[in-house]
Design a protein around this ligand. Structure first.
Ligand SMILES: Nc1ncnc2c1ncn2[C@@H]1O[C@H](COP(=O)(O)OP(=O)(O)OP(=O)(O)O)[C@@H](O)[C@H]1O
Length: 366
């Protein structure tokens, strides 16, 4: 038998920790990053995203743990010995240099030959759709063009890993969505390994191969985007990922019946907990379907409407006082005036059960 050759991953973190005084910024992160993938570190402000990236780049020294790059333990190595590129949300271009010279700068520093520099700058400019600004000074470029030049300057190198710290947060919403799609395309086409930090769950779901959910320095869950959305590890993650937010309702599983907001329902496709228990039901807005009064699982009164474009978010109040939010296609929502009574059907297959004591997801019975 041919022995398997150990394959080194571009990046491995092993029990990485960092505190600032009494603040634990990163509390023991372990992570394997596969080559050519986009890993997104997702978390609220202060979760430890930047500190994690800085330790990978060598800009912060961990208190414990290891940073392994391409199979080498570089925990203590200088930043420039690591071959990683860190891209901040930072548009600082050299104002007196052309687009071309800005992008070429890291290659000139690395003493690359002129024809190679020319070829690589032109190639990245085409990929980022900025060949027309190569001969121009930054002051003549739009905000989006400057951001693309800044990205091109970072991406023109070929490091083991690219680290991106909220790279698009200063852009307006349209441009951000456009550029994140291009970053993703570029990453895929070039086979780059990206680790991107963001507090924006929509950005994470849109671009990630894998999401590392970070809270107060701790890794709460590592999952593919759809799995994070469909089976969040706990209530806080379920609330963080999804808009409008997931509904949380007191519930009970008797072993045969599902009791939701005090009402007994046939379980249908509900993936029930392994044993009878009281639980907190998590119901995504899209798993609640409006219908005629008397035809659903509950009757409810419409208390608020929020148009979201092709969808409308409808807030309804059940007779027991429980508020639920659901989303419905805007085209079919004409009859939902505030104060109207609707029937609400609960999609059983999408119901999640959380432990009310610690908030953790209760995996369904096998
Ligand atoms: N140099 C520092 N000195 C003291 N505390 C720090 C330092 N850097 C970070 N912290 C603290 O460590 C924690 C994690 O910070 P970090 O910047 O990594 O979070 P983040 O997830 O990147 O947040 P944001 O989204 O706001 O950038 C926070 O509580 C922060 O206040």
């Amino acid at each position: 038998m041919i022995p398997e050759i150990p394959r080194s991953l571009p990046l491995q973190l092993n029990g990485l920790r960092k505190s600032y005084g009494a603040t634990v910024a990163v509390a023991g992160t372990t992570l394997d990053v596969e080559p050519g993938t986009m890993t997104v570190i997702l978390g609220a402000a202060g979760a430890g995203k930047t500190t994690t990236l800085k330790m990978i780049a060598g800009l912060e020294t961990p208190d414990a743990g290891q940073v392994i790059l391409a199979g080498h333990d570089l925990t203590a190595a200088e930043p420039r010995a690591r071959n990683v590129a860190m891209i901040f949300d930072n548009l600082a271009l050299y104002p007196d240099r052309s687009g071309f010279d800005n992008i070429a700068y890291p290659l000139k520093l690395a003493r690359r030959a002129a024809p190679e520099i020319e070829e690589r700058v032109r190639r990245i400019a085409v990929l980022l759709k900025i060949p027309h600004v190569l001969g121009r000074l930054p002051k003549t470029m739009s905000g989006g063009e400057k951001q693309r030049v800044a990205l091109a300057r970072a991406l023109v190198r070929e490091p083991t890993v690219f680290l991106l710290d909220e790279p698009l947060s200063s852009l307006d919403a349209m441009l951000r969505i456009e550029l994140r799609a291009e970053l993703r395309r570029l990453q895929r086409e070039q086979g780059h390994t990206f680790v991107l930090a963001t507090p924006d769950f929509q950005e994470a779901l849109a671009v990630a191969d894998r999401i590392v959910m970070l809270r107060a320095g701790r890794v709460v869950q590592i999952a593919a985007p759809q799995d994070l959305y469909d089976a969040p590890a706990d209530i806080e993650t379920a609330r963080f990922v999804g808009a409008p937010q997931i509904n949380l309702v007191d519930a009970e599983w008797t072993g045969g019946a599902l009791i939701l907001a005090g009402q007994s329902l046939a379980p249908g496709a509900f993936r029930a907990p392994p044993a009878p228990c009281a639980f907190t039901a998590g119901i995504r807005p899209e798993h609640l379907t409006p219908c005629a009064a008397g035809q659903g699982d509950f009757d409810a009164t419409v208390s608020d409407l929020e148009p979201l474009g092709h969808l409308v978010a409808v807030t309804v109040t059940l007779s027991a006082g429980t508020e639920l939010r659901l989303t419905a296609p805007a085209a079919g929502a004409a009859g939902f005036g505030i104060g109207t009574t609707l029937g609400i059907a609960v999609g059983r297959a999408g119901l999640l059960a959380f432990d009310p004591a610690d908030g953790r997801l209760i995996p369904p019975a096998a």
